[in-house]
Design a protein around this ligand. Structure first.
Ligand code: C5P
Length: 246
């Protein structure tokens, strides 16, 4: 799909951080949002919170002046995916995930549907999930070939960019250039607990590899001092390494 629109980018260094609200209730989610205050602008709402609380949780976050990445990872037949994008488009989300393996036809249907609901920054930017960061490479000798190929299909179909592990950032930029949006989850500080993630990287590693946004869940949501941790992560993205770096 041909488009003249430039993809949306983070407005500043703080806006590169997306905090994943992986909570079962709005009370827990908004307690964290209140704690983080103006340190964080972008939040990711995933299946756990959305299926429990519904679209209102998106609208309430927007009402607080926050930006929303709705991570519902759509994957279905083209007509159903496009319908879902139209419904979601009315909620005012900034970023929305679809599964890139859904295929070129389904991705193109989603891209058209997104452009029906708005133009430029007023429509959801569609990003394709290439490979989940909890999965190992299917071919360890050429670990990013599958991700790079899926990413090519996604942008050719009219998607705005991708979600991909930090280690895929450089291969993706080398293969497909700097224009598509790149969002990297699986972020950990050097001494952090990896949990169920297989492909992890640091905030500064993600940005230097070419990520526009990073998604951080447990390293912030389970921190003793979430706001200080969020500020540490933003500093690391700005200066390479937050602690003592110039
Ligand atoms: O807690 P943690 O920082 O590992 O959370 C990462 C978040 O990013 C989770 O909400 C997860 O669903 C999401 N995500 C991911 N890998 C992808 C896409 C999204 O980990 N490929």
């Amino acid at each position: 799909m041909e488009t003249n629109e430039a993809p949306m980018r983070p407005a500043g260094p703080r806006e590169r951080l997306i905090v994943a609200l992986d909570f079962p209730t709005r009370e827990e989610a908004f307690r964290l949002v209140d704690d983080l205050g103006d340190a964080v602008t972008w939040y990711k709402i995933g299946m756990e919170l959305f299926y429990a609380e519904g679209p209102k949780v998106v609208q309430d976050l927007r009402a607080r002046g926050k930006r929303v990445f709705l991570d519902l990872k759509l994957h279905d037949i083209p007509n159903t995916m496009a319908g879902a994008v139209r419904s979601i488009g009315r909620l005012g989300v900034g970023l929305l995930t679809v599964h890139a393996p859904a295929g070129a036809e389904a991705l193109a249907a989603c891209a058209s549907a997104a452009r029906e609901v708005g133009q430029g920054a007023d429509r959801p930017q569609l990003i394709g999930v290439t490979r989940l960061t909890s999965l190992a490479a299917p071919n360890p000798d050429r670990p990013w070939d599958d991700v790079v190929a899926l990413a090519g299909t996604a942008v050719e179909a009219g998607l705005d960019g991708w979600v991909a592990p930090v280690q895929a950032a450089s291969p993706l930029r080398a293969a497909h250039g700097s224009s598509p949006i790149l969002v990297c989850p699986g972020i950990r500080l050097p001494d952090g607990d990896v949990g169920d993630q297989v492909s992890v990287g640091t905030p500064e590693g993600a940005v230097s590899g070419g990520a526009d946004w990073i998604v951080v869940g447990r390293p912030i949501t389970r921190a003793d001092e979430p706001k200080a941790q969020a500020e540490r992560i933003v500093t690391r993205m700005l200066h390479g390494c937050g602690d003592g770096a110039p």
